[in-house]
Design a binder for this molecule. Structure first.
Ligand SMILES: [Ca+2]
Length: 212
């Protein structure tokens, strides 16, 4: 009973540590486009773990799209996870309130999306309208839970304030590894046939030894 208790305790500890692990941290990101005109604001800023955009020049911790564009970016978690919650942080906008995410759709998929083709992004798990904080210099964010959904790729599809360009600081995702795949019935059939074949060979071998 004590052993069972410690096993349950270990499982609870494991699930608690998964709950606190940002699965997106440091994971590779691709996207439709990023601002690259002297200053550079690459996709990787979405998963660099840097929060709280400081507002200091060249201390860029966020992804920014080129002038006149919103955009989409996809984070590759490396394998399938059952995702249950997110924390998403917008940018400080440098006081202009124009270069940030206005509306954001969040998708999960098990296969890589074709960025620019919304139909390939998978299941939409959340839609966010960030508040317009014009003149208040407040970094807006959103923490939310979803119905647990299995995915390897997180795609964020963004429109910008006033159409100048979109910006987003960080995407954090939480969940646990998806359950191992259950073998297909056909695979079991092949395995059983294989075992049958081995059994027959052993019987033949025994028969051969007996007659020798
Ligand atoms: Ca960041």
């Amino acid at each position: 009973l004590a052993a069972a208790g410690s096993l349950i305790g270990a499982c609870l500890t494991a699930s608690a540590s998964w709950a606190a692990t940002d699965l997106a941290l440091g994971m590779p990101v691709t996207g439709t486009a990023y601002y690259n005109n002297g200053d550079v604001f690459p996709y990787s800023n979405l998963t660099d773990g840097r929060l709280g955009d400081t507002g200091s020049s060249y201390d860029w911790s966020f992804w920014l799209t080129p002038d006149g564009y919103g955009g989409a970016a996809a984070i590759d978690l490396g394998s399938d996870y059952s995702i249950s919650s997110f924390y998403i942080q917008n940018t400080l906008n440098r006081g202009y309130q124009d270069r940030a995410a206005h509306h954001l759709d969040v998708y999960l998929s098990t296969s890589a999306p074709a960025l620019g083709n919304v139909g390939t992004y998978g299941t939409k798990v959340q839609a966010i309208d960030f508040p317009d904080t014009l003149g208040t210099y407040v970094i807006t964010d959103d923490a939310f839970a979803i119905t647990p959904t299995v995915g390897r790729f997180i795609t964020v599809d963004m429109t910008s304030f006033y159409g100048y360009s979109g910006g987003l600081n960080e995407v954090e995702a939480f969940g646990s590894p998806a359950s191992p795949a259950v073998p297909e019935p056909a695979t079991w059939t092949l395995a059983i046939i294989g075992l049958g074949g081995i059994g027959a060979a052993m019987r033949r071998r025994r028969a051969g030894l007996a007659s020798a």
